[in-house]
Design a protein around this ligand. Structure first.
Ligand SMILES: Cc1cc2nc3c(=O)[nH]c(=O)nc-3n(C[C@H](O)[C@H](O)[C@H](O)COP(=O)(O)OP(=O)(O)OC[C@H]3O[C@@H](n4cnc5c(N)ncnc54)[C@H](O)[C@@H]3O)c2cc1C
Length: 535
């Protein structure tokens, strides 16, 4: 095995996920920069990673998944909630549901309210466009020359069409591009798919540049902490096959280990809340109370219907002949259910007409099971996921021990804020009305869950508390901004130390209105320009 300890690089990036792969690409564009990308997982060789529907296979595969759990909490029925995270080159973008949603203009305007620091919508739109190669939409909101392929669905199934039509019949607008001028309305989702294959951060940003002489990629190394000389980051300490290794950075260490692991590494390194550092006797390098706080995600409710419509994955999987046919369709034409991401169509709607922008996200999934990642129901079914776009419940995390391989203690605090409880109940009622409208009404045989007996607000709230699911969008644990609760400034530099940045989902001050992969890739694009002094 190559001896890789005590080596120097200009930049060391920790974590080859959605953000890390973009950074590795952009920082190594200049031949004079030597760049190291370190990943705890292995290469993305599992063929199911690259088949869109294959994402369901990685939920319980520890070879590519950190398999964390959050702590049991009263507001969610005392359940330990499963928290999958990619542990593989490409990170969570290698195991996610492939939906491409950027969020709303106002999300970013809130990140930078006075448009002073380059993170307001007008300033970041060019970075969304820079990475993007949109196959189907060509206008001022989209890019055509980037590495990340984004495409519209090749197959529009009858249930998807009926769902969108019902939304329109209920008075909501048709939206042909959720990432364009406005997010509001009903329509079909674009996916990070290129000719029937997943476009992950790995395949998009790393694959073609792997051989650059100034870029090294080390896999299967668990980084345990950042090394400091006084208050300057000089490198990292890691474990490879039980052996301790040290890697040194001449210029910067960049943490892109995601919303759970980045704050964990910071706390282990002596950057974090005083009580946490003191509890474990960790030398205080920079006391930052915000490390691990401000944790946000999209908690959701799931409505499941039995249907007579046979264009569902449940129906396909129950027939050997149809499964075989789907396999052939995919191999020959890259079409069919294997070319499908998690959800296919969605509505971004306002719970009240008086609102300025949508606050609810309901999306259609062409299969059903009791929980995400579990067996499909033995009948034809579909699911509707109902989410609040900007929940108010906020959680936190902290290390449990000094052992870098132990997961942090994660308190998600899902569904704890009274506004979230009220609004999600309302959202279920609104969604039921949409499902009662033509033409989707004719496809609904029976509401399997919550079920027709769950009617009152109290019953719905109880159902949501005990059966609600999550969206796998944890963000915010190293908040960007100015103030005591912030961990990084607007150039992603960690407060109180030198030569250390955080660039990943953890820096989002507020969760974006929708899925989080696209905004994380945008963050990395912008951060790369900041690091290289281009802005
Ligand atoms: C099951 C699932 C479904 C999702 N569906 C969607 C979707 O459909 N659309 C969407 O937009 N978003 C989706 N998301 C969310 C989205 O993928 C994430 O928000 C995004 O990938 C986060 O990017 P990141 O760079 O912050 O972290 P990650 O992509 O998770 O990258 C972090 C990387 O750091 C590595 N790492 C961590 N700790 C260490 C360490 N100590 N040493 C070395 N390496 C380390 C990890 O192994 C990982 O590769 C989904 C996520 C999941 C898990």
């Amino acid at each position: 095995m190559e001896n890789i300890t005590d080596i120097n690089f200009d930049y060391i990036i920790i974590g080859a996920g959605s953000a890390g792969c973009v950074l590795a690409n952009r920082l190594s564009q200049d031949k004079d920069n030597s760049v190291l990308l370190v990943e705890s997982g292995g290469w993305d060789n599992n063929p199911w990673i690259h088949i869109p529907l294959g994402y369901g296979k990685h939920f319980d595969n520890p070879k590519v998944n950190w398999m964390y759990h959050s702590e049991p909490e009263q507001a969610t029925g005392g359940r330990k909630i499963f928290q999958p995270r990619g542990k593989v080159i490409g990170g969570s973008s290698s195991i996610n549901g492939l939906v491409y949603i950027r969020g709303q203009r106002q999300d970013f305007d809130l990140w930078d309210p006075e448009s002073k620091y380059g993170w307001d919508y007008n300033s970041i739109l060019p970075y969304f466009k820079k990475s993007e190669k949109n196959m189907d939409i060509h206008d001022e909101y989209h890019g055509s020359d980037g590495e990340l392929s984004v495409s519209s669905p090749r197959d529009l199934y009858p249930l998807a069409k009926a769902f969108v039509k019902s939304g329109i019949n209920m008075g909501y607008p048709l939206n042909k591009d959720f990432n364009g001028a406005t997010q509001e309305g009903f329509g079909h989702l674009q996916m990070t798919i290129k000719n029937g294959r997943r476009s992950s951060s790995s395949t998009a940003f790393l694959k073609s540049i792997r051989k650059r002489k100034n870029l090294k990629i080390y896999t299967n190394i668990l980084i345990s902490k950042v090394l400091f000389e006084n208050k300057t980051a000089i490198g990292v300490l890691g474990l490879r096959n039980g052996k301790v290794i040290k890697l040194f950075a001449n210029r910067e260490v960049i943490l892109s280990a995601g919303s759970f692991n980045t704050p964990k590494i910071l706390q282990l390194s002596g950057v974090g809340p005083k009580d946490v550092l003191d509890e474990f006797g960790i030398k205080n390098i920079s006391v930052l109370e915000g490390v691990g706080k401000n944790l946000q995600d999209h908690y959701n409710g799931r409505i499941v219907f039995k249907t007579s419509n046979q264009h569902t994955l449940n129906a396909v999987m129950r027939s050997k002949y149809r499964s075989l046919f789907e396999g052939l369709k995919y191999i020959l034409f890259r079409r069919g259910f294997l070319n499908m991401g998690s959800s296919v169509s969605a509505g971004f709607i306002k719970s009240k007409q008086s609102l300025k922008r949508p606050d609810l996200h309901i999306s259609l999934i062409l299969f059903s099971g009791d929980k995400a990642g579990t067996m499909l129901h033995p009948w034809s079914g579909f699911s509707i996921i109902v989410r609040l776009l900007r929940p108010k419940s906020v959680g936190s995390l902290r290390i449990k021990s000094m052992d870098p391989s132990e997961q942090p203690q994660i308190h998600m605090n899902y569904f704890s804020h009274k506004n979230d409880r009220r609004l999600l109940v309302e959202a279920i009622k609104i969604t039921r009305k949409i499902l009662g409208a033509d033409p989707i009404r004719n496809e609904c045989l029976e509401e399997h869950s919550p079920g027709p007996e769950i009617i009152s607000d109290k019953e719905i709230e109880q159902f949501l508390a005990t059966k609600g699911g999550i969206s796998y969008h944890p963000v915010g644990t190293c908040k960007m901004g100015i103030g005591n609760d912030c961990v990084v400034d607007y150039s992603c530099s960690v407060y109180g130390v030198k030569n250390l940045r955080v660039v990943d989902a953890s820096i989002m001050p507020n969760i974006t209105s929708g899925n989080t992969n696209a905004p994380v890739i945008m963050i990395a694009e912008k951060a790369a320009d900041i690091i290289l002094g281009k802005v």
